[in-house]
Write a protein that binds this ligand. Structure first.
Ligand code: URA
Length: 223
């Protein structure tokens, strides 16, 4: 198995900066590539950069990122030791006055952009990927999935070389919860899933990726 290479990842990130594979680049400030060390056991993946990420050129630095940082701290996970990225690298948005409203990427945009995420996966080689939100979970599974059906267990994503991972809610969904009780419950769920992911990443040896862990559940893209 090749060694993780920061140099190769930096090269891919440079290539991604010039990406015009789908029209999303036209309306965005810049490509927002993932960040973090290669070879770390845990990768967190979201949907796409938001307004602040688009301006800063870094993933999860806006309101959802602040929520994620808080949850990571409560889960006892150091963000510096995690690779953080998105399946889509450009901010899809619709200008509305002075604001830019987030628009969900469609299947084509996710599929076309996945060339970058797949390379991040191959070069970072995490033991566990925590897919945050349905866009990330579906991109990894290669088909539309329901978070509630997969949540709480280590799954094997069929289409990504058997990549193991877990799914959880997107941190921004906490901000959209209708009331304080809902926000608290959603936040507690995210922290719990982060802890699960951290534990699984520390426990499962990289060499056992293709093995059959007792907790594993296959999410077949051919189902
Ligand atoms: N939402 C995401 O999915 N990713 C980010 O980087 C920011 C918000």
């Amino acid at each position: 198995m090749p060694k993780p290479s920061a140099g190769k990842l930096a090269k891919v990130a440079r290539e991604a900066r010039a990406c015009t594979r789908c029209p999303l680049y036209k309306n965005a400030t810049q490509t927002v590539f993932g960040e973090g060390p290669v070879g770390v056991p845990l990768m967190l993946v979201g949907e796409q950069p938001g307004d602040q990420e688009d301006l800063a050129g870094r993933p999860f630095v806006g309101p959802a990122g602040k929520m994620l940082d808080r949850a990571l701290a409560d889960a006892g996970i150091d963000r510096e030791k995690v690779y953080v990225t998105n399946v889509v690298k450009h901010f899809k948005n619709e200008p509305r006055g002075k604001r830019r409203l987030h628009k969900k990427p469609n299947r084509y945009e996710v599929e076309v952009c996945k060339v970058w995420f797949d390379q991040e996966l191959a070069l970072v080689r995490p033991t566990i990927v925590l897919a945050m939100g349905v866009t990330a979970a579906s991109a990894l599974a290669g088909k539309a999935v329901t978070l509630s059906r997969l949540r709480g267990q280590v799954v094997s994503f069929d289409n990504a070389a058997g990549q193991r991972g877990l799914v959880t809610i997107h941190p921004s969904s906490i901000l959209r919860a209708p009331d304080e009780a809902g926000r608290r419950a959603a936040y507690a769920g995210l922290v719990k899933d982060l802890k699960r992911a951290g534990k699984a990443a520390a426990k499962l040896p990289k060499a056992a990726w293709s093995g059959t862990a007792p907790t594993r559940k296959a999410v077949s893209s051919r189902a």
